[in-house]
Design a protein around this ligand. Structure first.
Ligand code: HEM
Length: 398
C-alpha cells in the first residue's frame, strides 16, 4: 500500500507555469493525460496539478460507496460560484434536497408536462434557421434551445433566453475557475443577482411541474431554493448544449455512423449514450476525504481533495474496447457520464428523453442533407466541462 500525506511526500510543489501548462493541455486534449494517469493506478497522483485523481472506471464507479469520501470540498469553487447546493452535501442533507424536485424530472410527470413543449421549442428554432441552409449549431440552436427548456422547467419564464444561457456559462466557468480569474467571479456575481431576482419574482406563482414550484412546496428555505435554482441553471444548460452538439459532430464526421443513425432514427438514442461516453460533458467531479482512508490501495489523510475523472473512466481500456473510437453500435449505457451513486444526475432521464428521443430526431428530420461546413475541424475544449465552442453545419433548403 502506498501512503500519502495529503500532498505527495517530498515532491516539489508545481510552479504556476507548470500548472498553467497542464491546465492548457487538459483543456485542449485531456485524453493522453488521462491514459497516463490510468496507467499509474486507480488512485493516481497528478503531479503537475498536485492532486490525487481517480482515473479508472471501476474506482470511479465504486468511489461514493466508501464512507471516507465526501462530496464536500474544503474550498469549494461551486460554493463560491452559487452557494451551498445539493451537489456539495452528503447523506440525508443531500437526499432531502434531491427529493424536493426529483419527481418532476422523470417518468410520466416529466414526459407529459414537458416533452411536447420542448419539441415545440426545438421546432421554433429550426423554423427560424431552416431557410438559411447553414448555422453554427452551438450558438444558434443548442444553446438557445437548452436555455429555453431550462428556464421553463425551472419556472423562471420571463428571464431572457440569452441571459439564462450567459448565467449558466458564468456559473460553470466559476465552478471550473481553478485559475482564480477575477473576471470569472465578476460574471458569477451578475448571474447570482439574475437568478435571485427571478426566484423572488416567481416563487409565489411558479407552475406545477416546475422545479421551483416543487422546491417551494417541499418547504426549502430561501437560501436553499436560490442555490439549487442556480445549480439547475448551471447544470441543465451547458451539458445538454454540449451533448447535442457533440453527438451531431460525432455522427457527421463519420459517414458510416451518420448513415446508421439516418437509416434507423431509433439509433439516435444510442448515439447520445455513446457521445456521453466519448466526450463526457462533465469530465471531472470533485470529492474530498472526510476521514483517513484507503482509495484504490492508496492511503489518504482526512481533508485530501480528490478529482474524480469521469471522462477518463469513460475511456478506460479495462472497460471499453477501442475506447477512443465513437461507435454507436457498442453498448455504452454503462458509462458514468451522469455520475454514479448518491449524486447521480437528477436530469439524466430528462436529458435522454429530450435529446435522444426529441431534439436529435427533430434536427435530422428537419435539416435534410445535414453536413459539416467546410473549414477548420471543430475542436472540443475544456476538461471539467467539455464541448464544442462552435459547430458550423449546412443543409439543403429545397
Ligand atoms: C445532458 C447532460 C448532463 C450530464 C452529462 C450531467 C452530468 C451530471 C453528473 C456527472 C452529475 C454528478 C455530479 C457528482 O457526482 O458530483 C450530475 C448531477 C446533477 N445533475 Fe446533471 N447532467 C446533465 C444534465 C442535467 C440536467 C438537464 C439537469 C436538470 C434538469 C441536471 C441536474 C443535475 C443535478 C441537480 C445534479 C446534482 C445531484 C446531486 O448532487 O445529488 N443535469 N449531473
Amino acid at each position: 500500500m502506498q501512503a500519502s500525506l495529503g500532498r505527495a511526500n517530498n515532491r516539489p510543489m508545481p510552479t504556476d507555469s507548470e500548472r498553467t501548462a497542464a491546465l492548457a493541455d487538459l483543456s485542449d486534449d485531456p485524453y493522453p493525460i488521462y491514459r497516463r494517469l490510468r496507467e499509474q493506478g486507480g488512485c493516481a497522483y497528478f503531479e503537475e496539478m498536485d492532486r490525487y485523481v481517480i482515473p479508472r472506471f471501476k474506482d470511479v464507479y465504486e468511489l461514493d460507496n466508501n464512507p471516507a469520501v465526501s462530496a464536500r470540498e474544503g474550498s469549494s469553487l461551486m460554493f463560491r460560484a452559487m452557494g451551498l447546493t445539493m451537489r456539495r452535501l452528503d447523506g440525508a442533507a443531500n437526499r432531502r434536497l434531491r427529493a424536493s424536485c426529483q419527481s418532476v424530472l422523470r417518468g410520466k410527470a416529466f414526459t407529459s408536462t414537458w416533452l411536447d413543449r420542448f419539441r415545440s421549442a426545438a421546432d421554433e428554432l429550426l423554423d427560424e434557421l431552416h431557410p438559411r441552409g447553414h448555422a453554427d449549431l452551438v450558438a444558434e440552436f443548442a444553446a438557445p434551445f437548452a436555455a429555453r427548456a431550462a428556464k421553463l422547467l425551472i419556472g423562471i419564464d420571463d428571464v431572457d433566453d440569452r441571459d439564462v444561457a450567459a448565467a449558466s456559462q458564468a456559473f460553470m466557468d466559476g465552478v471550473a475557475n481553478h485559475e482564480d480569474d477575477p473576471r470569472v467571479w465578476a460574471r458569477c456575481e451578475w448571474a447570482n443577482c439574475l437568478v435571485d431576482d427571478a426566484v423572488s419574482r416567481w416563487r409565489g406563482r411558479a407552475e406545477p411541474g416546475t422545479v421551483l414550484r416543487s422546491m417551494v412546496d417541499a418547504g426549502l428555505t430561501t437560501d436553499e431554493i436560490r442555490a439549487n435554482a442556480k445549480l439547475f441553471v448551471g447544470g441543465s444548460i451547458n451539458e445538454p448544449r454540449d451533448l447535442i452538439t457533440s453527438t451531431v459532430w460525432a455522427l457527421l464526421r463519420n459517414p458510416v455512423q451518420a448513415d446508421l443513425a439516418r437509416s434507423n432514427r431509433a439509433l439516435l438514442s444510442a448515439a447520445v449514450e455513446e457521445a456521453l461516453r466519448w466526450i463526457s460533458p462533465i469530465g471531472m467531479v470533485p470529492r474530498s476525504m472526510r476521514q483517513d482512508g484507503v482509495i484504490a490501495g492508496v492511503r489518504l489523510t482526512a481533508g485530501t481533495p480528490l478529482w474524480v475523472l469521469v471522462a477518463s473512466a469513460n475511456r478506460d481500456e479495462r472497460r471499453w474496447e477501442n475506447p477512443d473510437t465513437f461507435d454507436l453500435r457498442r453498448a455504452s449505457q454503462g458509462h458514468v457520464a451522469f455520475g454514479h451513486g448518491p449524486h447521480v444526475c437528477l436530469g439524466a432521464f430528462m436529458a435522454r428523453r429530450t435529446i435522444g428521443a426529441t431534439v436529435l430526431p427533430a434536427i435530422f428530420e428537419r435539416l435534410e442533407a445535414l453536413d459539416l461546413a467546410g473549414g477548420a475541424e471543430p475542436q472540443p475544449r475544456g476538461w471539467v466541462l467539455r464541448g464544442l465552442e462552435a459547430l458550423e453545419v449546412t443543409w439543403s433548403t429545397v
